[in-house]
Ligand binder design. Structure first.
Ligand SMILES: [Zn+2]
Length: 360
């Protein structure tokens, strides 16, 4: 009999753990809907589940707006409101403890009388850092942490990095031909196809700032926006120490927030900031400036010199490498991949092979 009970207990335990993961996966999907809208805050999703039925769900939709838990509670229908105290709240991140742009979510949970809370990650922000978990447990709420913790930490890897190191999370991106060239010298060269370009614009919309070198500006005259995806445009950054970029280049069109490291220019600029700087610009200083200006992520889109400088400095976190199917037979050599990378993901977009590497 005892053996039967033990088996029954183990089966139930496994089943509940799996259900926790099923609901947390839904929370992660919800959290992801905030991509590109909430930085430097984390992406967060929340779910209220009562006896196997989801009665509410929400996510952090935009920076400064209500948190996931608030949206989740607000989404519960009037006829289900009496079920809230009987429900389990699933949340990808520990609810906040502090007054920010909104009141603390931990107080909302206490006020609503929620009896159980399941969390993926504790919030590393020193203003939270386990205090909400403590407060809820002290109030008699059953709190479980660590459900799908790895997946949730990966989703918010930029947030975790920026909080921990007080620096933005740096993504290096380049496209190379099948024979390892970035392009022909001094000539705009298409490597990737139109679908990949849309994906790159999505990445741009999800990251806070984009940096490219002077030579790439002069060769490609990029707009550095997210027009092919339709999301938010990142802060554009380039170097112009020797004033080589003339006024007709897209990056000087003042159409988006832009930082130019170099001497001041004549003209009326509303969104373009000129930052006096020595040559070469200190990457450390650049990253500090981004962090101080609430930018938690930076996308570096070449060229060869800028990418190599970042790779050599070690001040990067992720590489997104696009490999086209055509060969160039010569030109500007693509950077060599550093050692000790972890291949996180590999997929095909039309003719292009895309690999996402993380630093070990
Ligand atoms: Zn909150």
């Amino acid at each position: 009999m005892a053996v039967l009970w033990a088996v029954f207990y183990l089966v139930c335990k496994k089943l509940f753990k799996n259900m926790h993961e099923v609901y947390m996966r839904r929370c992660l999907d919800l959290a992801l809907l905030g991509a590109g809208h909430v930085s430097p805050n984390p992406m967060v999703g929340a779910l209220l589940v009562c006896e196997g039925r989801i009665i509410g769900e929400g996510w952090h939709q935009r920076w400064g707006g209500p948190h996931a838990e608030v949206n989740c509670v607000r989404s519960v229908k009037q006829e289900d409101r009496h079920l809230i105290p009987l429900s389990t709240l699933y949340c990808t991140l520990e609810p906040c403890f502090h007054f920010g742009k909104t009141p603390p979510c931990v107080d909302l949970i206490l006020k609503e009388g929620i009896s159980k809370v399941v969390i993926a990650n504790e919030d590393p922000n020193p203003k939270v850092a386990g205090q909400s978990v403590q407060k809820m447990r002290a109030a008699g709420i059953v709190v479980e942490t660590g459900v799908l913790a790895q997946e949730a930490a990966f989703l918010n890897r930029a947030f975790f990095h920026s909080i921990r190191f007080k620096k933005p999370y740096v993504v290096l991106k380049w496209a190379q031909s099948a024979d390892g060239f970035l392009g022909r010298q001094g000539e705009r060269t298409a490597i990737s196809g139109p679908w990949t370009q849309r994906l790159v614009h999505r990445w741009r919309s999800e990251l806070d700032a984009i940096l490219t070198g002077t030579q790439t500006v002069l060769t490609d005259n990029p707009k550095l926006d997210a027009r092919l995806y339709g999301g938010k445009n990142p802060l554009r950054i380039t170097f112009d120490i020797e004033k080589k970029i003339s006024a007709e280049y897209n990056i000087l069109d003042d159409s988006a927030p832009t930082w130019i490291f170099g001497p001041m220019r004549e003209g009326s600029f509303q969104q373009t900031e000129f930052i006096p700087s020595d040559s070469p610009v200190s990457l450390e200083g650049l990253l500090n400036r981004l962090y101080e200006n609430n930018r938690a992520t930076l996308l570096v889109e070449g060229g060869a010199q800028v990418l190599t400088t970042f790779l050599d400095s070690g001040l990067w976190n992720e590489i997104r490498l696009i490999e086209g199917s055509g060969s160039l037979g010569g030109g500007v050599k693509a950077p060599t991949l550093p050692e000790g990378l972890v291949l996180h993901e590999q997929f095909q977009v039309d003719q292009d092979n895309i690999r996402i590497f993380l630093k070990r």
